[in-house]
Design a protein. Sequence first.
Length: 211
Amino acid sequence: MGERKHDKLLGIRTVGLREWKDGHAQYNRYEPTPYKALDALAENYKFRGINRVVDFGSGRGRVAFYIHNRFQLPVTGIEANCQTYEEALENKAAYRLKAQHIAAPIKFKYGLAQRYKIDKRDNCFYFFNPFSVHIFRKVIHNILRSVEKYRRTVDLIIYYPLQEYKDFLETSTPFTIINKIRVPGASDKKEKIIIYRLNEEVFDTDECINF
Ligand SMILES: C[S@@+](CC[C@H](N)C(=O)[O-])C[C@H]1O[C@@H](n2cnc3c(N)ncnc32)[C@H](O)[C@@H]1O
């Protein structure tokens, strides 16, 4: 099924790109995760044990609507581009008419991902190449502080993982890879999803944890 057709089923408009007008070096453009990648994620990962999902750099909201619709989970999207954020809200109004039966909340916040206060119920964090590794480090730091305070298992879903993101997670954090999901028909090597997990048992060890 085409991207627009998929959008139509959800009652949303998420196709297209948006560059930053003032050319932010640290913030990447808007581009939605392809539905075929979301389908592969849904079929392989299944969101078992997940209470709340956060999409950092949520754009027009495609990932949030998709997960909310398919898994009936609470989802929060954080978006720093005002115009894109407004479009997510318009999408939400239209989507809600189609998804009145789903009680779980779906929220969009306008602001910087690195300033989002991690909620103790958040336990799954989605990234599709939203910003520089410098900002990514800050966001991961916030997640780790939250997990230290409110111990729980948390997952990171990284679509189109950049080498800098992978190097940072593998060398400087206690996250480990639990799954790599191939996107069917992908020609680009980066077009895949990596799931990283931090198990709450990591805190029971006497070893020095590298945060
Ligand atoms: C590649 S798009 C991904 C959109 C959406 N997550 C998806 O997969 O369909 C990245 C988004 O991150 C936003 N963004 C960039 N820097 C940000 C920041 N510091 N805080 C929040 N959002 C940011 C961009 O405006 C853009 O909409």
